[in-house]
Write a protein that binds this ligand. Sequence first.
Ligand code: FES
Length: 87
Amino acid sequence: MASLTFFESGIRKELPDNSGIKEVCEEAGIPFGCKDGLCGTCLITVIEGKENLSPRNDKENDLLGPAGEERLACQCILKQGNVTIKY
Ligand code: FES
């Protein structure tokens, strides 16, 4: 079981390994537009555990640049362990 923690609220949601985080982020109030890595509204910052997320994909690199702690929540897969994010 993996988990996603929201830095602002401290709320921690458990998810099966290798799950998308879109639904739990949406429930937490993160806005989503395209849900396809194009609009950037679902921007999050990874505070802890970035190694537990899928690597940045081409859509994220195109929109966000080559490096950094920012991710698009609609593109992230939570592989295992805990990841803490803020938005
Ligand atoms: S919802 Fe548009 S980039 Fe994620």
